[in-house]
Design a protein around this ligand. Structure first.
Ligand SMILES: Nc1nc2c(ncn2[C@@H]2O[C@H](COP(=O)(O)OP(=O)(O)OP(=O)(O)O)[C@@H](O)[C@H]2O)c(=O)[nH]1
Length: 307
């Protein structure tokens, strides 16, 4: 076949979808489920996702680029404000917005804020009630709230509503169909074999941070940041040096744990997961460093990608 007669290939529906919503509603779990792989970190701690993550799903019918945004949360200090700004900015210029709501809990102020934002949108909006596997169902309270906002804002937009469980997969295939129907026809934006353009250093740091979050309780996770200093890619093993920042000496002791047990657990779990992700063995060296008030330090926030 000559170039002139070749059928155009790779044209399907292609577009960018911003996944937004209050913290802890399950946005990252949803992206990971749609992609079938772990792209975004998940935990019970609010604002686990600290950077904007692009996850790319390529199928014969097209390509969807998801922006997994940090959950909008009552701003907590400099970092919280930056995360909220990043989430709100993410919806500009996208092809569709997917608002995730937690069906099992009543509408909160942040949900009200997102519904108001959607009422101003002209493009396609999809609302997914997540956690449909739970018994408690508050979907009618959200719909009532939407109807009030719609009247007040004189909005003409009517979102597509659907229910899913990102945890057990219920309704997820239907959600994907809705999303593909709502993005424009066009060529793929990324090569078809990549899953994320998220930098490797940030991804490795996120895996370490996720393991730490599993073991730290209360407010401490917010005081912890991980930065990968160096990756040496050997043939059989990748050696990674990473710093774990805390704000106080007492927190350093907690992160290290009795006889170094907590840090050892984090290292072993992260090495295991990174092996599964990259198909190569990892040797992690973790340094816990006290950096007073790093959450207010612009340069550190910038280095971590939060500013
Ligand atoms: N029962 C149930 N739990 C879920 C579901 N989806 C997510 N979760 C849980 O909800 C918690 C928060 O999930 P995440 O995916 O981290 O939430 P997020 O919205 O990305 O949170 P942020 O990163 O803080 O914005 C985790 O404990 C998940 O396992 C679901 O469909 N059903």
């Amino acid at each position: 076949m000559t170039e002139e007669t070749a059928e155009p290939t790779g044209i399907g529906n292609s577009g960018i979808v911003a996944i937004v919503g209050r913290t802890n509603v399950g946005k990252s779990t949803l992206v990971n489920h749609l992609l079938g792989e772990k792209v975004s970190i998940v935990s019970d701690t609010v604002q686990t996702t600290r950077n904007l993550i692009r996850a790319i799903l390529t199928e014969p019918r097209g390509q969807m680029v998801f922006l997994d945004t940090p959950g909008v949360h009552k701003a907590q200090g400099e970092m919280g404000k930056n995360l909220n700004k990043a989430a709100r900015a993410a919806v500009q210029g996208v092809d569709a917005i997917l608002l995730v709501l937690d069906r099992s809990s009543k509408p909160a102020l942040e949900d009200d804020g997102w519904l108001r934002r959607l009422a101003r949108e002209e493009g396609p909006c999809i609302i997914a009630f997540n956690k449909s596997d739970r018994n408690f169902n508050c979907s009618s309270a959200y719909k009532e709230l939407w109807n009030e906002i719609k009247l007040e804002k004189e909005s003409a937009v009517e979102p597509v509503w659907t229910s899913v469980s990102a945890l057990n997969g219920d309704g997820m295939a239907g959600l994907l169909d809705i999303l593909f129907e709502n993005i424009p026809v066009g060529p793929p934006l990324f090569p078809d074999d990549i899953l994320t353009d998220y930098p490797r250093k940030l991804n490795i740091a996120d895996v370490i941070r996720e393991k730490l979050f599993h073991r730290l309780h209360d407010e401490l996770p917010h005081a912890v940041a991980v930065w990968v200093e160096e990756i040496v890619e050997g043939e059989k093993k990748w050696s990674v040096e990473a710093s774990i920042y805390v704000e106080r000496h007492s927190q350093k002791g907690i992160v290290i744990g009795e006889k170094g047990r907590l840090l050892k657990w984090v290292r072993e779990q992260a090495e295991k997961e990174l092996y599964e992700m990259y198909g190569v063995r990892f040797k992690l060296t973790l340094w816990v460093k006290v950096e007073k008030n790093w959450r207010k330090n612009f340069w550190i926030l910038k280095k971590l990608g939060y500013a």
